[in-house]
Ligand binder design. Structure first.
Ligand code: UT7
Length: 351
């Protein structure tokens, strides 16, 4: 029987028009262009235009481009996978909002909550459906709007300067072309470090894991535990991150999970034509590049322009690299991600 594999039939990305430079940020918090460039490589990022762009609207725009390039219409899409950590609504998820905006009919819509690894996790899920012949056109989106939910006071500067907004999308289809398509995917997680990079409030945890007591009202049995005045007063309704700890784990897990994918396919680092790492921090990508001994032309980075767009970063970077002609027929493309969860993942694709 002919083996079905998953190919990327179309890619698209959308970033908002609103460019925010490091100097812009230094006007509202105690930071500066030099610190941000040196520690992260970021020069500017995009922020949603308020009251216009959301993760699902940006995902929809990216999807329209990917669909046109794959030559598929709304009636052809038989499954949606939407990855984000910054959803339009707490529920329902962004998948159904995209479905509505694109007029996709009643296909299934799945939301993925794996943060920076969301796109690769989504790709892995899609790959299973395509290989089994279940679906023929899957729309996979990674989209984030961080800027509405980060702390623009100096208190939040370590997190805030890193993140940017945007969306990327891919149309995934079956292929029977010998040796082509998604060759392998590898997913990992370690929930022991769930709170090392997290956006916990609003949430239903009521301090059970953190011992955090002071932000919950104790006397009123019906008071909201999801969002409380104390949370807002102390800024605990913003994301928090132990940057150095995340960094140390990232530089370990990226090479590890890339090595795992290579080993599973009997390939070696020398076979990689392009590595598209999650754009967490340029220093992390450079570290990984050094460990793997990859030349500059084999690693694609665009964090300088967009910041860290979490689940959107890989599809944005992959699409941009493809648009620049850096992804060619027959190339071996490696995707790799690490982030909150912790979760980490890799994929190898023969284009
Ligand atoms: O997708 C995964 C998402 N996250 C990551 O991948 C994050 C990984 N970690 C990182 O990227 C880095 O740890 C950061 C960029 C977040 C921070 O860089 P760092 O070199 O680890 O700096 P640090 O946290 O050790 O802070 C050094 C100093 C501190 O001041 P003191 O204590 O030395 O006086 C910070 O308060 O830099 C200060 N600082 C800043 N200064 C100016 C922290 N953030 C800023 C800022 N501007 N934005």
């Amino acid at each position: 029987m002919t083996q079905l594999r998953t190919k990327i039939a179309g890619l698209g990305f959308y970033v908002p028009d609103n460019v925010v430079t490091n100097d812009d940020l230094s006007k509202v918090m105690d930071t500066n262009d030099q610190w941000i460039r040196e520690r992260t490589g970021i020069e500017e990022r995009r922020y949603v235009t308020r009251f216009k762009d959301t993760p699902s609207t940006m995902g929809t725009e990216a999807a329209k481009i990917a669909m046109e390039r794959a030559n598929v219409g709304p009636e052809d899409i038989d499954f949606v996978i939407f990855a984000t950590l910054s959803p339009d609504y707490y529920f329902p998820g962004g998948g159904v909002l995209v479905q509505r905006q694109l007029g996709l009919g009643h296909c299934g819509a799945l939301d993925v909550r794996n943060q920076c690894s969301g796109f690769v996790y989504g790709l892995s899920v899609a790959d299973q459906y395509i290989r089994t012949g279940t679906y023929k056109n899957i729309l996979l989106i990674g989209a984030e709007a961080h800027s509405p939910g980060i702390d623009f006071s100096t208190r939040g500067r370590d997190v805030t300067v890193i993140f940017g907004d945007g969306a990327g999308a891919a149309i995934l289809q079956p292929t029977t072309e010998e040796g082509k398509g998604v060759l392998t995917t590898h997913l990992h997680a370690d929930g022991n470090y769930a709170e090392k990079l997290a956006f916990m409030n609003p949430g239903s945890h009521s301090g059970v894991f953190t011992g955090q007591d002071d932000i919950f009202p104790k006397t009123d049995p019906y008071a909201s535990l999801m969002i409380t005045p104390q949370m807002v007063e102390t800024g605990q309704h913003y994301p928090n991150m132990d940057g150095q700890f995340v960094f140390k784990n990232a530089v370990k897990r990226f090479p590890e999970v890339i090595g795992e994918a290579l080993q599973a396919t009997g390939l070696s680092v020398k076979d990689i034509d392009l590595l598209v790492p999650h754009q967490a921090n340029l220093r992390i990508a450079q570290f990984v590049q050094k460990i793997l001994q990859l030349s500059d032309d084999k690693v694609y980075n665009n964090i300088q322009k967009y910041g860290n767009t979490t689940a959107a970063s890989i599809p944005i970077a992959l699409c941009e690299a493809w648009e620049k002609g850096l992804v060619k027929e027959g190339d071996l493309v490696c995707l790799a991600a690490f982030g909150s969860g912790f979760t980490w993942a890799s994929a190898l694709i023969r284009w």
